[in-house]
Each structure stands twice: as C-alpha cells, then as structure tokens.
Design a protein around this ligand. Structure first.
Ligand code: TK8
Length: 338
C-alpha cells in the first residue's frame, strides 16, 4: 500500500459516506405536528408560533406540517406538559414555572431580581446554564429545544397602585403554579393564589382575584387592561418560555427530521425575542391609551421589595441547591461584565 493508494481509499470512503449522507437527507416523512400555546393568536406567542410553522414548512419542503393552537385550546401549560409526556401532543411552548413540579431546578427562574436586562437573560439562557436545565427535561419525557422570551413581569391589580412595598399587603394576587412563586409573593405581603393562566382573565373579571403579574406584552394581548385599572412597573422577575417536544414522539423521528425541527426552533427564538422587545414598547402605548394608571416603583421601594423577598430567596436557594444558584449567579455576572 503506497501513500497515494491509501489516500484514494480514504477519499473513496469519504465520498461513499457523503452519498449515504445525501440519501439519508431524504429521510423526512410527511407529518402533522400539533403545537399548543397559552396566549391568543394576536400575541408574541401567536406570531412566533406562526413563524415557526412557516419556517418548518419551508425548510422541510412542506413535509413537516405544523398546526398551531393558541388560547390554551389544547389545554393549560400544565395540561399540555402532561400531554407531551404521554405522547398525545407533539409540541408546545409554555412557562418554566409549571415545569418546576417535574424538574425542581426550573424553579430558579422564579427567584426574583436576578437579571437586570434582557441581554443578561439571553446570555444565560442560551449558555451552559440554560442548556443544562433543558437537558434535565430529557429524563421526564420532554425535549427542551430553546427558550423564548416571556419577559420582565409587572404587577396589575384592581385595588391600588403599588407605590410602597406595603401596598401589596393583602392583595389577592394570582401567581404561577409553583411554590417559589407562591412563597415570594407571600413574603411580599400578597395573598398569593396559584392558578393556571387559562383561567386568569375570568378570575380577574369576576374579582376572584384582585391582581396578577405578567410582562406588558401579555397584559396588552390578553386585554387585562379591560379589568385591571393599575399597572405598577415592578420588573420583579424575568421569566422565559420553553419550546418543547414530546420525547415519546421525538424518538420516532429520523435524525434529519429532528435536525430540521431544531433549526426552525432556533430561528423562531431569534424572531420571537426581537418581536417581543419591539412589542413591549407598543404594548406600553396601548396600555396608556386604554386609561390604565401606570406607575414606576422608586429605586428605594424596589430595594425594600428585594429585602422583603430575601428570606424566601435564601430558603429556596437551599432547596434548589446552593451550587445551582451559585452557578446561575456566576453566569449572570459574566454576562454583566461582557
Ligand atoms: C401562558 C403562560 C403565561 C405565564 C403565566 O400559557 O402563566 O402567567 O406568564 O405566559 O405561560
């Protein structure tokens, strides 16, 4: 065997592989993918869901057909999670908060006052920390693909503007369904009530609860301004959404199909974040016009809210694992400096 012969054999092997690779690239079947989300069609989620469906159709030559279902028509986040695990639904986007009942680590995203801005959030979520959490879903029957932005949450209610920390006292406030969210608002003085998002508008309208907290994009698209006179810019926590697939279903896909879905998911993330940020400014305009009374909480009172929540943060840091929270803090600090 001369050197040249060896080279020829090697080249032949490589080209044989790439021919096989090409044949393999055809392994995309016609499939219907049901994709559910909680907000309505005319929301950041709705627009990004349509974008995702279109993108996936485009790059799969029309074979991967995604049908999108908004307004929790396939169920609340909690119900859809269960449907994905059982294999009854293929894909969804939903909050991290209800995931914490399956993978407790997802509760870190409900710890208040972590991120200062969306740049820090992007860096941490798309970096090793965010990835590590998505991987933890694997054992639970879910495939975590990417994070979309939900955003910084602000308090609305029908009683009074939150100007001082004490103004939250006794306000019956709907919170997302996990014990950290519940604990934080309890510590802040509110009468915290966990409830799925899909029941929230009616609960606000009928005064079953006095208030809730969500990003301004959602307060606008879900028309909470129709039933909530006060909006206080607390920005107390940044929460993401996770784009997920059913693991049961995912395992039936060819590697090519999985790759196309991952690719479309990544594009949808970029689209959604850009749209969310542009929409925040627009939403503020709509909320002002609607007559909502909007106040910014002073830095001094924000500091007091922070102090009031600290004991609960400490408690849950122990439960979540001090190392995990430390790693998150380090990633945030890195992003802050960078
Ligand atoms: C929509 C929810 C929503 C979340 C909440 O299904 O529950 O308040 O902010 O976006 O995931």
């Amino acid at each position: 065997f001369t050197r040249t012969k060896k080279l020829i054999v090697a080249l032949a092997a490589i080209s044989a592989c790439s021919v096989a690779g090409l044949a393999h690239a055809q392994e995309v079947k016609t499939r219907i993918i049901r994709f559910g989300y909680g907000l309505n069609d005319d929301s950041v989620q709705g627009r990004a869901a349509r974008y995702l469906a279109e993108e996936l159709g485009k790059i799969s030559g029309g074979k991967l057909k995604m049908r999108t279902y908004g307004s929790a028509n396939l169920g609340s986040d909690e119900q859809m999670q269960a449907a994905l695990v059982g294999g009854a639904q293929e894909m969804m986007v939903g909050s991290t908060a209800p995931l914490a009942t399956m993978v407790k680590e997802f509760g870190v995203y409900d710890l208040p006052f972590l991120f200062n801005d969306d740049k820090e959030a992007d860096a941490v979520l798309d970096g090793p920390f965010g990835e590590k959490l998505l991987k933890m879903l694997d054992d639970k029957g879910l495939v975590g693909l990417v994070y979309w932005e939900n955003g910084f949450r602000n308090v609305t209610n029908s009683k009074r503007p939150i100007v001082k920390a004490e103004d939250l006292d006794g306000i019956k406030l709907r919170v997302m369904q996990n014990k950290i969210a519940l604990g934080v608002f309890g510590a802040l003085g509110a009468n915290a009530v966990p409830m799925p998002f899909s029941e929230l508008f009616t609960a606000l309208e009928t005064h079953t609860v006095d208030g809730q907290e969500n990003p301004v994009t959602t307060i606008q698209s879900s028309k909470f301004y129709e039933v909530q006179p006060y909006l206080s810019m607390t920005r107390h926590v940044y929460t993401p959404w996770v784009l997920m697939a059913s693991k049961k279903w995912w395992n039936t896909l060819s590697p090519d199909e999985q790759k196309l879905i991952r690719q479309a998911a990544a594009s949808s993330r970029d689209f959604e974040r850009k749209d969310s940020r542009a929409d925040s400014a627009k939403a503020m305009g709509v909320l002002k016009e609607s007559g909502m009374k909007i106040n910014v909480v002073s830095p001094e009172e924000m500091q007091r809210l922070r102090e009031k929540s600290q004991p609960v943060v400490d408690k849950y840091t122990q439960e979540l694992g001090p190392d995990l929270v430390k790693q998150l803090q380090e990633e945030i600090n890195k992003a802050r400096k960078g």
